[in-house]
Design a binder for this molecule. Structure first.
Ligand code: ADP
Length: 249
């Protein structure tokens, strides 16, 4: 059987991706020829010391920043070949985001927050899928609540539902447990894990927490803008050891 391009190329990948900020003497090379694959239907964590290039990598793969050189593929689409309009549409339809700060609109109910990307895009939700996501995240009895009426963990679950409801090709999670206590953070991580295992979602998560990274299928370690290691089947202890080697605690 022939592998589909998604199996071979991942949900997303970079080819010698380089990103520099500034120019001349003050230029900073945030990413230096990074080639990575984010496998479809898998959970990948990105780790590394502060300033290693984690956020820049995520922003480039999500089409929020354009590379200085190299390529970024989302499925078969090379982001550099797209017009601004195509890129905006691809971001809206194919990418979900979960942020440390939840980024929910305070005046909207949970349900309206979840549906906001589709409302903005003028598309109608697939009701069955919406129900599956809401049920998987245990949000059934919270849909009419506003963010202020929910705990941090519940708010992050709403943010995750919002990311999943468009059935994106990939969900990017940026320190998704950064604002949560460890028990609630553990619950959110378990939900990300379930989104991968039960819903077939591809997830890429930036974190500096070894316990969070251990929930992923593999960990990409960055240092000084380069990939220095890829660890399959991580454990918190092994991730912590590797981070110590990289000079970050
Ligand atoms: P991390 O997420 O691993 O902490 P970043 O990707 O935020 O690392 O940053 C990588 C490097 O690029 C750092 O040296 C940082 O100062 C620099 N950098 C990031 N964003 C910008 C920017 N908008 N302008 C200038 N330098 C930047």
């Amino acid at each position: 059987m022939q592998a589909t391009s998604e199996e071979a190329n991942g949900a997303a990948r970079t080819v010698r991706l380089t990103k520099e900020y500034g120019s001349g003497d003050t230029a900073v090379r945030a990413l230096d020829e990074v080639s990575v694959v984010l496998p479809a239907g898998r959970f990948t964590a990105v780790m590394g010391p502060s300033g290693a290039g984690k956020s820049t990598l995520m922003h480039c793969v999500a089409g929020l920043e354009s590379p200085t050189s190299g390529e970024v593929f989302l499925g078969d689409a090379e982001l550099g070949s797209l017009s601004d309009r195509q890129l905006t549409r691809l971001r809206r339809e194919k990418i979900g985001f979960v942020f440390q700060a939840f980024n929910l609109l305070p005046t909207l109910t949970a349900r309206d927050n979840i549906l906001l990307p589709m409302t903005l895009a003028g598309t109608t939700p697939d009701q069955a899928w919406l129900e599956t996501v809401v049920k998987a995240l245990g949000l059934g009895d919270r849909l009419s609540h506003r963010p202020a009426e929910m705990s941090g963990g519940q708010q992050q679950r709403v943010a995750l539902a919002r990311a999943l409801v468009t059935r994106p090709r990939i969900v990017f999670a940026d320190e998704p447990t950064g604002n949560l206590d460890s028990r609630t953070g553990g619950e959110v991580l378990a939900m990300l894990r379930e989104a991968v295992d039960d819903l077939g979602q591809t997830v890429a998560m930036v974190t500096h927490d070894p316990v969070a990274a251990a929930v992923a299928d593999s960990v990409i370690f960055l240092a000084d803008g380069r990939v220095v290691d890829i660890m399959p089947e991580p454990t918190a202890d092994r991730v912590l050891d590797r981070m110590r080697d990289l000079g970050s605690h």
